[in-house]
Design a protein around this ligand. Structure first.
Ligand SMILES: Nc1ncnc2c1ncn2[C@@H]1O[C@H](COP(=O)(O)OP(=O)(O)O)[C@@H](O)[C@H]1O
Ligand SMILES: Nc1ccn([C@H]2C[C@H](O)[C@@H](COP(=O)(O)OP(=O)(O)O)O2)c(=O)n1
Length: 675
């Protein structure tokens, strides 16, 4: 996950390959609640790991459910319909799929068994309406109190005493604001069927019907068959008398069909040479958003699929503008709004009023961000109309706000596509707060970068060269972390070559022998450790002795040549920070930002001294100073790729600077370049 303030996505050109998607959020949280209410243990496979499931799991734990991880499987032992804890305060973040059903289930349990629970969330959750659900639960006689504004969380359900739950009359609930209220009642009301069946009657036209189908499908998996009226299957739902949640034993969570929409769109936009293959969800999905596939086809995508897989290529190009009622695919429809940037006319998406009460007001947010890309957008209470930029030259690069909304971030990342080869100016986008994708798809950007193809010249590189102990490694790794970029510590390659020379007992002066070892270097980096031929060399790599030997073997042109390709391969999405001696002069001569880092030799010796001492390695300042001078001398005066600033390098003497000041200096210089 990119836990950074912003992520710059360079111009993307095409896409191909395979992606396995994380589990569906809607299915995950419904399954968790049902398993938590049922008696016995349910083994949940492929559960989504995300912010929204984490808050649900924390809530279940607080309510006394047993949770046990066994590799990828989560075993949930439910409370069997009996409150184990009668009081709890539950924080539910921004997870509507946790807030609504837990409100309903706990309101019923608290009324029947005497309990008191507080449910709260992040500020945005406290702006998302829940009044219609509360009204429905109050009809049953469940005591519920608003702790903030009437109609919105936070809430207190139950008051510690038993209440009379009356189920004679049908419970009426509005269906035209959010289908999550109906889902919440369907999931919770089996708890109140001991005396008689309960009917839920829907007022108004039910929106997001496919989500109700998911709910009914999962209830059936847990042994509850909801009765419906054949003539009007969305008008009322009856839970039979004596309904009991029965664990199915094992249950698999399908991959998220809404998440699939980004990769279906990717294939439609950029699957030019080979398809984008999506695994974990397919044409057999129980999720309504799978019907996004039809919408994508209507825009021109070529989609194949089967049980648990989809393959998407570009078909018609440019895409065809469409006009579509999106009631059946409310979440995935956002992806259509971004595909509309690449269409041959105006795309109109209607019946999307529910966008306004999601993680953010998605109609307003989408309109604002698409305009930044150069589109013309008209918005109404329940529709959006997107007309693409007049021509590629009207496309704009931009900074995308994401409004703490995972789907805004994922959709708008697709705007980084530049399908017209060589179109100038190429479009890049900056995504603010990229970690908001953690709500449903923590590794979304990694998955995108795994499929996207670029012109390698478009992948930005920042080079940091300088003498030993100037702080290159420290500066480079922090700059890379802050930008979410890859890191190349080129010195480590020369150091690993030095170790290989040592192990082979080769002569460091024998250029051909050393170059042969460098060419076959079996070096692997894994979670901050380095392995040479399978052996952990993290510590020996950093020894001064190794650095000095590296300096000696690196004078041979053949050795440098042998390591050249390896270094270039580090230039990957979304960008690279490379540190060494010749990053700016030889390996990445066209890098848009080159830093030459120096500090006085005395300072550097002192830094190295304290670095070694802090690692428990004995060191002597005088001999370090002598070694450093010798190394500077050799690195600066060798014939090939000597240590020197590139002509266009920014010089940074950090003798009097803190590490943070150095980092800020480079990030500011980078931001200026970007302008
Ligand atoms: N202003 C500074 N910038 C970077 N590093 C510094 C600074 N001041 C002290 N140091 C310390 O200097 C030591 C050497 O830094 P390192 O990154 O290993 O250098 P290099 O990669 O250039 O050999 C580290 O312990 C680092 O924490
Ligand atoms: N791009 C590079 C990086 C390192 N080298 C050589 C020269 C250096 O003295 C050694 C060790 O480099 P390294 O950057 O790991 O050393 P320091 O951390 O600066 O002490 O490798 C090089 O020739 N070219």
């Amino acid at each position: 996950m990119y836990a950074i303030p912003f992520l710059d996505i360079p111009p993307l050109r095409s896409a191909a390959g395979r992606v396995r998607l994380p589990g569906s959020k809607s299915i995950s949280n419904r399954v968790l609640l049902l398993a938590g209410l049922a008696a016995g243990t349910t083994a949940v496979h492929d559960l989504l790991a995300s912010d929204d499931t984490r808050v649900m799991l924390a809530a279940l734990e607080a309510l006394g459910c047993g949770l046990r991880r066994d590799g990828p499987v989560l075993h949930v032992t439910g409370i069997g319909g009996q409150l184990a804890a009668k009081k709890a305060k539950l924080f539910l973040g921004n997870a509507g799929t946790a807030m609504r059903p837990l409100t309903a289930a706990l309101a019923v349990l608290a009324a029947l068994q005497g309990g008191e629970f507080e449910l709260s969330g992040v500020p945005r959750m406290h702006e998302r309406p829940i009044g219609d659900l509360v009204d429905a639960l109050r009809q049953l006689g469940c005591p519920i109190q608003y702790l903030g504004n009437a109609g919105y969380p936070p809430l207190r359900v139950g008051n510690g005493r038993l209440a009379n739950v009356s189920t004679r009359e049908a419970v009426r609930v509005r269906g035209d604001v959010s289908s999550q209220f109906l889902t919440a009642l369907l999931l919770a009301l089996p708890l109140a069927t001991s005396e008689r069946a309960i009917t839920i009657a829907v007022d108004g036209e039910l929106i997001s019907k496919p989500y109700i189908e998911i709910t009914l499908n999962l209830l059936a998996r847990f042994g509850i068959d909801v009765e419906r009226d054949a003539a009007d299957p969305y008008a009322s739902f009856t839970l039979p008398r004596g309904s009991q949640y029965r664990s199915p034993g094992d249950i698999h969570v399908e991959a998220d069909a809404s998440s699939a929409s980004y990769f279906v769109a990717l294939g439609a936009l950029a699957g030019t040479d080979a398809p984008v293959r999506i695994e974990g969800v397919g044409l057999d999905s129980i999720q309504g958003d799978i019907r996004f596939v039809d919408a994508a086809r209507a825009m021109g995508a070529q989609v194949d699929g089967g049980a648990g897989w989809l393959e998407v290529r570009r078909g018609t190009w440019p895409l065809k503008a469409i006009s579509l009622d999106c009631n059946h695919i409310p979440d995935a429809a956002m992806t259509l709004a971004v595909m509309a940037l690449y269409a041959d006319g105006t795309t109109r998406l209607t019946n999307i009023a529910s966008w306004r009460v999601k993680e953010t007001d998605r109609i307003a947010a989408m309109a604002a961000e698409l305009r930044k890309m150069g589109a013309t957008v008209v918005e109404g209470a329940d529709f959006i109309e997107v007309t693409p930029p007049a021509s590629p030259s009207h496309w704009l690069s931009g900074t995308i706000r994401t409004y703490d909304d995972h789907r805004m971030a994922m959709c708008l990342s697709l705007a980084a596509f530049n399908p017209l080869a060589g179109a100038k100016p190429a479009r890049a986008v900056r995504i603010l707060d990229p970690q908001c994708v953690a709500k449903t798809f923590p590794d979304y950007f990694e998955a995108l970068f795994g499929l996207a193809r670029v012109d390698v010249a478009d992948v930005p590189v920042i080079t940091i060269d300088g003498p030993t102990a100037s702080g290159k490694g420290t500066l480079a790794s922090e700059v890379a972390r802050r930008l979410g970029y890859e890191l190349l510590d080129s010195g480590a390659l020369y150091r690993a070559t030095a170790l290989a020379v040592q192990q082979a007992g080769a002569d460091p002066a024998d250029a051909a022998a050393v170059a042969a070892l460098a060419a076959q270097l079996d070096l692997r980096f894994e979670a901050d450790r380095a392995f040479l031929a399978g052996q952990d060399v993290t510590e020996s790599l950093r020894l001064e002795e190794t650095g000095n030997l590296a300096s000696k073997v690196s004078v041979h042109p053949a050795v440098r040549q042998a390591l050249h390709g390896l270094q270039l391969a580090f230039r990957r999405l979304p960008g690279l920070v490379a540190d060494g001696r010749d990053m700016g002069t030889v390996v990445f001569p066209a890098a848009p930002l080159k830093v030459f880092l120096t500090a006085s030799v005395e300072q550097r010796a002192a830094r190295r001294h304290s670095q070694l001492i802090s690692r428990g390695i004995p060191a002597n300042i005088d001999s370090l100073l002598a070694d450093l001078r010798m190394r500077d001398e050799r690195d600066q005066n060798r014939a090939v790729a000597p240590l020197k600033p590139a002509e266009d390098a920014v010089l940074l003497d950090n003798s009097g600077m803190s590490i943070d000041e150095g980092v800020e200096f480079v990030l500011e210089a980078w931001d200026k370049r970007r302008m």
